[in-house]
Design a protein. Structure first.
Length: 69
């Protein structure tokens, strides 16, 4: 990952499948970036809406305005 990452950046990050062998790049939101160890904390972004969203799923309705911070 890039050392210039900041909270709020959108990046492509490797997402491992449940078999922990295969992976793909997935769009992700940077939540935190520890510059000392060059390790970001990210939340994966998906356009698929689960039938029953989990406790930690956040749904963003279409047309939600962007907020600049």
């Amino acid at each position: 990952m890039n050392e210039d990452l900041r909270k709020g950046d959108i990046v492509l990050a490797p997402l491992s499948y449940s078999d922990l062998v295969n992976k793909k790049l997935s769009p992700s939101l940077v939540l935190y970036h520890d510059e000392d160890v060059m390790q970001p904390t990210v939340a994966y972004i998906s356009s698929k809406i689960p039938a029953r969203p989990g406790a930690y799923d956040i749904l963003v309705p279409l047309g939600t305005p962007a907020v600049n911070s």
